[in-house]
Design a protein around this ligand. Structure first.
Ligand code: APR
Length: 247
């Protein structure tokens, strides 16, 4: 009953916002934050490395830790849930806004356009200090972050570190999508981390239908008009399948 009801909402909603979390990538086998802490890396605490202060203190170490986490992603591919979201967006241009807390790049890899990455992108780099005209990349020693030989600026991973603000333009676009949507689908998030989790409440307060898809209870269940107990790769293809095979 639940899937048919939410599927009917998806088919009639003019504007859809989708908020995803780590559970979206679980069936792709994405290593969690803690999975990376094995072997040599087990001696370090992510909280000490995933911060600007930690990076400035030991840039080479932290850069090598991110290289390790990126390597762990190499064997990982989008699952049927990522693909279903991408295909729906391709069939209905401009109708679905995808907002993710994930940094694994799997929505983008599956073909979803214009993904709003609230917590950044593990596969992207950016300058540590605001770039100056001189900033261009020099090849660095293996395992060391690329840098600018003129001013010493370093590249850093393009993820949001503990204590950092979310990228403002991305957050504002996500809040706008939450306010404007007729339906918000929340997939694979515990709903414990703000401001991301607040988007579901924002959508509900603005009058949208809210549906949660999660195999386990989450902190957003009480904000939902419908809760589907299922997984992303199993349920999203059924929810998002074309109404008409010719579609
Ligand atoms: N399909 C859908 N949901 C799933 C699946 C699945 N196959 N497997 C697990 N889940 C659900 C879990 O029940 C849980 O509610 O995914 C959720 C994952 O919760 P978290 O691991 O807390 O991930 P998330 O909510 O995305 O965390 C938010 O916190 O760790 C920081 O910045 C990090 O973006 C992350 C943020």
């Amino acid at each position: 009953m639940g899937v048919a009801r939410v599927r009917a909402w998806l088919q009639t909603a003019r504007r859809i916002a989708v908020l995803t979390g780590a559970g979206m990538s679980a069936e792709s086998g994405v290593p969690t934050f803690r999975d990376a802490q094995t072997g040599y890396w087990a001696q370090y605490r992510p909280e000490d490395m995933a911060t600007e202060a930690g990076y400035r203190a030991q840039p080479g170490l932290v850069w090598r830790w991110y290289a390790h986490r990126r390597a762990l992603l190499r064997g990982v591919a989008p699952n049927a849930g990522h693909v279903a979201l991408a295909h729906f967006a391709q069939r209905h241009p401009g109708r679905l806004t995808l907002i993710t807390q994930n940094v694994d790049g799997l929505h983008q890899q599956a073909g979803s356009p214009d993904v709003l990455c609230l917590h950044g992108d593990l596969l992207a780099d950016r300058w540590l200090n605001p770039p100056r005209p001189c900033c261009h990349l020099e090849d660095s020693a293996a395992g060391e972050p690329p840098y600018c030989s003129t001013c010493g600026n370093l590249l850093r991973p393009g993820v949001v570190w503990f204590g950092e603000a979310l990228p403002l333009a991305v957050l504002e676009a996500a809040q706008q999508a939450a306010r404007a949507c007729d339906l918000m689908l929340v997939v694979g998030t515990a709903g414990a981390v703000y401001p991301a989790a607040g988007l579901a409440r924002l959508a509900r307060e603005a009058g949208a239908q809210v549906a949660v898809l999660n195999p386990a209870p989450s902190e957003l269940d009480d904000a939902a008009h419908a809760v589907l107990r299922g997984t992303a790769a199993q349920c999203l293809p059924a929810l998002l399948a074309p109404a008409d095979p010719q579609e």
